[in-house]
Design a protein around this ligand. Structure first.
Ligand SMILES: NC(=O)c1ccc[n+]([C@@H]2O[C@H](COP(=O)([O-])OP(=O)(O)OC[C@H]3O[C@@H](n4cnc5c(N)ncnc54)[C@H](O)[C@@H]3O)[C@@H](O)[C@H]2O)c1
Length: 254
């Protein structure tokens, strides 16, 4: 049995995972942490911070907010628990702190836990390599009206994948209203739409002369992120230490 601590347990993803894990027999949520601890009646104790947790935790799953990161890492490193970080909007400094902590514990990080979107990463980078000389590349992402960070972590992951494939030659452009010149060949335009209850949609558009190629991923519910996070838990459960991503997991899955 894998004992999980759910950070951000009273959020949309925390509750989706709580419902999913309830149905499974190899894993259980032993405790939760949330800034808003009384929002729901959960089947496990919920703490407002990491200080008073007495339960024995194997893996901590984090779907919360970047502001939780330092306390979260202090807890996981002190208790030697594995950590799955799904929270987006992490800064370069946050990523550096995660890397340092992974010298002591296993940490899995992905701004998108869906297996599907991670599978198309390769497709996107290969397409970029093949088409870039004649096609302009733009990314459009759509999310629900409660999402706080923009652009989405996934849009940035996709842009980074393309940029790596093109030897770090690309510039990211987020807001064309401040530009008075036409787009540069090496721009990747990244655009965010927020509205309603959209769980997540990403389109990578390759626009050429008289033709457009679009690679698109649509999340129809949050379950796909929750299921991906559970694959990540199984992946790092018995690891000793190190920093892992979906790329490592997909190598084992496929
Ligand atoms: N990696 C992925 O696949 C994936 C998928 C969906 C969402 N996300 C990300 O996960 C995060 C949570 O998403 P959500 O839709 O559940 O958001 P949400 O706002 O519904 O839930 C966040 C929860 O975290 C709690 N919280 C905020 N700050 C906290 C802190 N410092 N300490 C403890 N708890 C805190 C809030 O009270 C809330 O209950 C966001 O960053 C989102 O972008 C990632």
């Amino acid at each position: 049995m894998i004992n999980v601590l759910m950070n951000g347990c009273n959020g949309k993803m925390g509750q989706t995972l709580s419902d999913l894990i309830e149905e499974l027999d190899y894993i259980r949520i032993i405790a939760g942490v949330d800034r808003n601890p009384k929002k729901f009646k959960n089947s496990y104790p919920v703490y407002p911070s990491f200080e008073n947790i007495k339960e024995e935790v194997d893996v901590t799953i984090d779907f919360s907010h970047p502001s939780a990161l330092q306390d979260l890492l202090n807890f996981c490193v002190n208790k030697k628990t594995a950590l799955v970080v799904a929270t987006t909007g992490l800064s370069p400094l946050d990523n550096e702190i995660l890397k340092q902590a992974s010298e002591n514990i296993p940490i899995f990080v992905s701004a998108n836990m869906s297996i599907g979107i991670n599978l198309i990463m390769n497709l996107v980078s290969e397409t970029a390599k093949t088409l870039h000389s004649n096609f302009d590349i733009e990314i459009i992402e759509k999310h629900h009206n409660e999402k706080k960070d923009a652009p989405s972590g996934t849009a940035l992951m996709l842009a980074d994948e393309i940029n790596n494939a093109l030897n770090d030659t690309m510039n990211y452009v987020y807001d064309r209203s401040i530009h008075t010149e036409k787009r540069n060949k090496n721009d990747i335009g990244i655009h965010s739409l927020r509205g309603g209850s959209i769980p997540g949609e990403h389109s990578i558009i390759f626009a050429g002369l008289d033709e457009i190629i679009e690679i698109k991923h649509t999340a129809l519910s949050r379950i796909i992120f929750a299921k991906g996070a559970l694959e990540a838990v199984k992946f790092i459960y018995n690891k000793e230490k190190g920093l892992f991503t979906m790329k490592n997991l997909l190598k084992e899955l496929i």
